[in-house]
Design a protein around this ligand. Structure first.
Ligand code: SAH
Ligand code: SF4
Length: 440
């Protein structure tokens, strides 16, 4: 039986997709890369921005034909948009077999089993032994039996779910609920297991990943301490995390990043805006001076660090002056990568109650100006590497990444998992191109 997992959304959603696939894999499904040959599809949706949600809904629409070809096929729609629009999805697309919202991810294996167990048995070529569990998922997380789908040597590990913030534009708290931290022992065990399976690089994931805390033997452990402890795991070469909230980027975190060798020289720091007036209305709990102060401290402690960011343009009431401040902060921050978004009101959020008063043409124009600035900074960062020798983790097929987050393609053909020195000779489509003297 063949399973196709599709995700429209961020890395966190991609990692969730792997988790959503696991009970089906436990029933003997194997992963396939396209819908056509699949017996089951798990569609993992995102509702953070209107655009991602629209893409997921039109994908479900196109699957009618896939389902018509063989009604025994199974279609599961999960994730944030499923949480927000569950009953509507079921009504609008009656051929969807199961809708599971993001808040139910902990119970997902049980829900799938209850709703579809018999269907899967009918589908099965050979009936699989399967023990339904009555225990909650988070208390009995099975250790992984594979590094992950994305890469044989680079794995994601979700350490927290939900969000306790209330940024006025953001729907995440409504669809994903309050923060839930996976216990210390569980995340350590998962990282150790993935490293034992061949992972050299781990990316810890969570909506505000650095608000994670746990305890060991009654002693509280905060995120920086988690990094220090994970850094000692034998065989783990690289450790990354995403998305940290600026509120928790403090000296302790900077010290832990600097002192923990596997922690990569890379920090994603979503600024959203450079206007302190807007940051207040967005309820971000920091101002532009704090962002600059944090990054200055980080850069002096870790000179090779590269910073990336998220920015929204066209938030309600954004003036030309506010927007200029955003451009100004970007010029000072000099992110090597930026993810820029046009504001879209999300139902039920605080800002959805404000007038969406920046005309679309103005949003587009601002987005284009911001992108020109951000793209220029990315190009500069890429160009600065040409002629240099960089350290790349080989992910197979002559593809890999530097510690500071650049993609590299070179003439490599050795086994994945080695760290290779590559001389950068040029760039193409935002990827560094290079050559290595190494003989496989
Ligand atoms: N937890 C992360 C962000 C998660 S959402 C953080 O706090 O940084 C990913 C990005 O989507 C956000 O950083 C923001 O830039 C963008 N985004 C969220 N809601 C949006 C909206 N209503 N309109 C446009 N962009 C939005
Ligand atoms: Fe959304 Fe803000 Fe939470 Fe990030 S911190 S998920 S932007 S509410």
């Amino acid at each position: 039986m063949r399973l196709h997992v599709v995700t429209f959304g961020c890395q966190m959603s991609v990692a969730d997709g792997e988790e959503l696939a696991s009970p089906l894999k436990g029933r003997g499904f194997t992963a396939v890369g396209d819908a056509d040959t699949a017996d089951a599809i798990v569609l993992n949706t995102c509702t953070v921005r209107q655009h991602a949600e629209d893409k997921a809904m039109s994908f479900i629409g196109r699957l009618r034909e896939w389902k018509d070809k063989d009604p025994e096929r199974v279609l599961i729609v999960a994730g944030c948009a499923a949480e927000r629009l569950g009953p509507w999805i079921q009504k609008r697309f009656p051929y969807v077999d199961l809708v599971v919202g993001a808040k139910s991810i902990e119970d997902y294996p049980m829900i799938v089993e209850e709703a579809l167990g018999a269907r899967f048995d009918a589908l099965a070529e050979t009936r699989q032994a399967f023990r339904p569990t009555t225990e909650r998922y988070r208390e009995e997380v099975p250790l992984p039996n594979a590094v992950g789908w994305a890469s044989p040597v680079s794995a994601f590990v979700t350490i927290m779910r939900g969000c306790n913030y209330s940024c006025s534009y953001c729907i995440v708290p409504a669809v994903r609920g309050r923060e839930l931290y996976r216990p210390y022992e569980t995340v350590m065990a998962e990282v150790r297991a993935k490293v034992a399976l061949g992972a050299k690089e781990i990316t810890l994931l969570g909506q505000t990943v650095n608000s994670w805390n746990g305890n060991e033997g009654g002693r509280r452990i905060r995120f920086p301490e988690l990094l220090r402890r994970m850094g000692k795991i034998e065989g783990l070469d690289r450790l990354r995390f995403e998305s940290p909230h600026p509120h928790f980027v403090d000296d302790d975190l900077i010290e832990a990043m600097t002192a923990t060798k596997p922690v990569c020289e890379q920090l994603h720091l979503p600024i959203q805006s450079g206007s302190d007036r807007l940051l207040k209305i967005m309820r971000r709990n920091y101002d532009s001076a704090r962002i600059l102060d944090q990054t200055a401290r980080l850069r002096s402690a870790m000179p090779l660090v590269e910073v990336s960011t998220d920015i929204i343009v066209g938030f309600p009431s954004e003036t030309d002056e506010d927007f200029e401040r955003t451009l100004g902060l970007v010029r000072s921050l000099r992110p090597s990568w930026s993810y820029t978004f046009k504001y879209s009101p999300r139902e039920g959020t605080e800002s959805a109650g404000m007038a969406d008063d920046v005309p679309d043409a103005v949003k587009e124009e601002r987005l284009a100006r911001l992108n020109a600035l951000c793209d220029g900074l990315t190009e500069e960062a890429l160009a600065a590497r040409v002629g240099k020798v960089v350290e790349v983790l080989d992910e197979g097929g002559g593809f890999g990444r530097t510690r500071d987050g650049f993609k590299v393609s070179w003439n490599g053909s050795g086994p994945a998992g080695r760290t290779v020195k590559v001389r950068i000779t040029g760039t193409s489509k935002r990827i560094l191109k290079g050559e290595s003297d190494e003989r496989a």
